[in-house]
Design a protein around this ligand. Sequence first.
Ligand code: GSH
Length: 215
Amino acid sequence: MLMNHPVFYSFRRCPYAIRARLALRASAVQVVLREVVLADKPEVLRQLSASATVPVLVVAENHVIDESLEIMLWALQQSDPAGWLARDDERVAESERLITANDIEFKPCLDRYKYSDRFPEQSMECYRAQAEVFLTVLEAKLQSSRYLLSERPMLADMAIFPFIRQFAKVDQAWFEESPYPSLRAWLTGLLALPLFTGVMDKYVQWQPDDPVVIF
Ligand SMILES: N[C@@H](CCC(=O)N[C@@H](CS)C(=O)NCC(=O)O)C(=O)O
């Protein structure tokens, strides 16, 4: 029954929404997708979430999740066939550390690097160097294992790579020559996954009277 599907507010290019879509797809939980245009947010999104950011998952009337990582965890708790969730405490802690570093430390540097014209206090190169602190951490991890926590992709890889994708795209030529070969190979491999290309399909902006789109 369509009525029972959670409703998912998404924005194609948003790295937070991408990681939520990756987990939803991996878990095979079906949702009703509503594509949002950030410059023209639907009123219902503001009512659902005080932050009015995407992604938002409405699991039930009284159960709204407006944090992408929480959406990932919710989806994987329903079903985790690829084993993205770590079972041992050490890996769980390391995964949390990496994702927190991505979200709290790296993301603000990425924004300043990407939109350096909006942050004239420092140069683009300076913001990039600040972002590279995290790239160096990832590179060291990826030199000892194929993915961040093991030889196969797990939650941390999926939660972080949409942001590294965005970083790489700011100055692709610089990234290709940068001293992060393992990071590049990791990113290239993840971008080539059918799972990733499958969550990047384009949808038109949702309007309240539109027919339901199942994702
Ligand atoms: N902590 C949130 C952050 C989500 C977020 O900031 N999304 C951006 C788009 S990438 C957004 O909706 N920004 C609101 C706006 O631009 O008005 C999460 O993890 O879901």
